[in-house]
Design a protein around this ligand. Structure first.
Ligand code: SF4
Length: 276
């Protein structure tokens, strides 16, 4: 087995949006049939066992998408789905929740409808993506937001993190624009903007007063509120942060437990015991 960990599989070049920065351009190549997908899966299984991220174009435009998911999971591949979120209604979210899809990443390139819709060149893109995320959450599907940083949205990084917290998504992944396809017409951020952004992100990370949770798990929202209140009252904490713990133990932010913390050297500043 090779160490191939992640495989992005572009199932289609078709999309219902026409974003400013899309690398896919209008890709007219034919799609692989279900039988051809199975042939690739067989070959892949012989040398690797990666997480397969199904993307496009827009993968939900394929009418056989759930057959593809079923097929690939029958070969024991872990599956994730990367979508623009606009086609997800209650029924699709429910079907995803019943499939073997481990996580759905929804692209959001702005914390506001104005920014996102301008980049996505569609007046309903933002509201549809947000309702898609809400349907997924309602169906208890794990969701992450993918945010591609560009000059038009670089000021909304903090806002998108707040939005993500409010929506209850598990993670926000930031990407830098790759200037291919239509993306070649979008100016990339400058090295100065990039550096300034890194400072802002590091500052955000530093805001986390280390917290330990006992009793039962608390939500990410509660954890952040407690950390922020503690910061205000006692100043930033020193030592490890809850983010680092979550990364170390490969769990979500709200799943860091007392037992995990006991396994490593740490200096908790705030201890939360939730009893009801
Ligand atoms: S960036 Fe994604 S959502 Fe936008 S047109 Fe391209 S494939 Fe579609």
């Amino acid at each position: 087995m090779t160490k191939l960990k992640i495989l992005f599989w572009e199932l289609t070049g078709k999309c219902n949006l026409n974003c400013l920065h899309c690398r896919s351009k209008e890709d007219k190549r034919e799609e692989l049939s279900l039988a051809e997908i199975e042939e690739v899966a067989k070959q892949l299984r012989d040398f690797a066992s990666p997480l397969i991220i199904l993307s496009g174009g827009e993968p939900l435009l394929r009418c056989d998408i759930f057959k593809i998911i079923y097929l690939l999971s029958s070969y024991n591949f872990s599956i994730a789905l990367a979508t623009n979120g606009t086609l997800i209604n209650r029924e699709i979210a429910y079907k995803i929740s019943k499939s073997k899809v481990k996580v759905v990443s929804v692209s959001l390139d702005g914390a506001t409808a104005e920014t996102h819709n301008k980049i996505r060149r569609n007046n309903r893109a933002f509201s549809l993506a947000i309702s898609g995320i809400n349907y997924l959450k309602e169906a208890k599907v794990k969701v992450q937001i993918n945010f591609t940083i560009m000059p038009d949205n670089i000021r909304e990084v903090e806002e998108v993190l707040s939005l993500a917290r409010n929506l209850g998504v598990s993670a926000v992944h930031f990407f830098l624009l790759v200037p291919v396809g239509r993306g070649r017409t979008v100016a990339p951020i400058t090295s100065f903007e990039y550096e300034e952004l890194l400072h802002r992100i590091l500052k955000l990370k530093k805001r986390a007063t280390p917290i330990a949770v006992a009793g039962r798990p608390i939500s990410a929202e509660e954890a952040l509120t407690i950390a922020e209140n503690a910061n205000r009252v006692r100043g930033y904490g020193a030592g490890r942060t809850v983010w680092e713990m979550a990364e170390k133990f490969k769990v979500d932010l709200a799943e860091v437990s007392w037992e995990m913390l006991e396994k490593i050297e740490h200096k908790p500043i705030v201890i939360v015991r939730k009893v009801c």
